[in-house]
Design a protein around this ligand. Structure first.
Ligand code: UDP
Ligand code: MG
Length: 153
């Protein structure tokens, strides 16, 4: 099954939305396989947001991501990368559809609650960036037969 990275951004933590956001992924049926709280630094943010380094807003994004700790989560499930991405909603929260995380909890293009991996390939790269192998807990939910068809597990 697919695994994807979610980062609960500093604003999510400071605004007391951690439980609500994690609860959404749980209720959708995704399985949490790794989680840790860390203070990000400039070095890892330059790597993580390398595609945005030359944007004028990069310093604001970097400082926002270092303004408080973040919570790193790895979620596992059928089509997890796309499912989680769709649950997050559009990058520009003011355009994000209500019912999505960004559409329900934010209006900013920068302070948009969560990071989610945008492809399976990037999910693998990003999970390796923030976790070591021993961080992943491999366990099987007894509810899987109630969540999935046999060919989806
Ligand atoms: N961002 C921003 N201004 C923009 C676009 C993006 O501050 O105009 C920030 C925002 O926090 C976003 C992050 O940069 O989540 C990464 O941008 P990306 O295009 O990868 O969007 P995402 O994958 O997070 O939806
Ligand atoms: Mg992105």
């Amino acid at each position: 099954m697919e695994r994807t990275l979610v980062i609960l951004k500093p604003g999510c933590l400071q605004r007391g939305l951690v439980g609500e956001v994690i609860s959404r992924f749980e209720k959708r049926g995704l399985q949490l396989v790794a989680m840790k709280m860390v203070q990000l630094d400039e070095e890892i943010l330059k790597e993580h947001y390398a595609h945005l380094l030359d944007k004028p807003f990069f310093p604001w994004l970097r400082d926002g991501m270092m303004a408080a700790p973040v919570i790193l989560c790895c979620w596992e499930g059928y089509n997890a990368v796309q499912v989680v991405r769709d649950m997050a909603g559009a990058t520009r929260s003011s355009k994000a559809v209500p019912g999505t995380i960004r559409g329900d909890y934010s209006v900013s293009s920068q302070e948009n609650i969560v990071h989610t991996s945008d492809s399976l390939e990037n999910a693998e790269i990003e999970l390796k960036r923030f976790f070591v192998e021993s961080d992943f807990c491999n366990y099987t939910s007894p509810l899987n037969p109630f969540k999935y068809a046999p060919d989806e597990m």
